[in-house]
Design a protein around this ligand. Sequence first.
Ligand SMILES: [Zn+2]
Length: 228
Amino acid sequence: MKCPHCTVAFFPETERLGIGVDVEGFWNLAILRCPTCKKLILCLEQGNRLLGEVTPNLPALSGGVYNMTMREPKLSMVRPKGSARPPCPPEVPDDIKEDYAEACLVIADSAKASAALSRRCLQHILHDQGFKSDNLAAETDMIIAKGKLPSSIAENIDAVRNIGNFAAHAQEGIAVGEIVPVEPEEAEWNLDVIESLFNFYYVQPSIAKKKRDALNLKLKQSGKPAMK
Ligand SMILES: [Zn+2]
């Protein structure tokens, strides 16, 4: 797995600390330590025990380890909080970075809030790239038509605009006040699309510029004209 703190990959060795048992199942704290940054990664683990099943003879609270009895445990990361994603590339402008970081931070608690922040982040990217109109749908159309994006990215951009967006569904018979649900996978997908835009518009051009600058310096040093 990749460390959610420093994103360096490592072979996970999990220790489990039993927290207790209640009507919803067994609760453990799963503990991993990253060998690179030395930080602990903590996950709350809930064993999937059905109601009415015979309760094993375990105390309500103990230091025991219940992982042997867990079926399909559900994990929620409590440290670091949020999505296990690499940090935002430094080339991305600060205001855009902020929306993205918050979209990652809230995803575990609210996929809907994360999707809303992803949408805002998309709009910031569109404006930063010069695609400005009076609404996000028109701006999305502009970037798809003129953004020179590879089709693998262009085909997914409209998902970010649509997922959880009430306005996008307003003409499709959804009553006012009705909430468009967002699945966690959809909110994650939004972040994937945003990351691919970061790479295309900010990271790759910066890498290409560094290479050009290095080559031009070499040409200059050998008395040749700079590349066109
Ligand atoms: Zn780490």
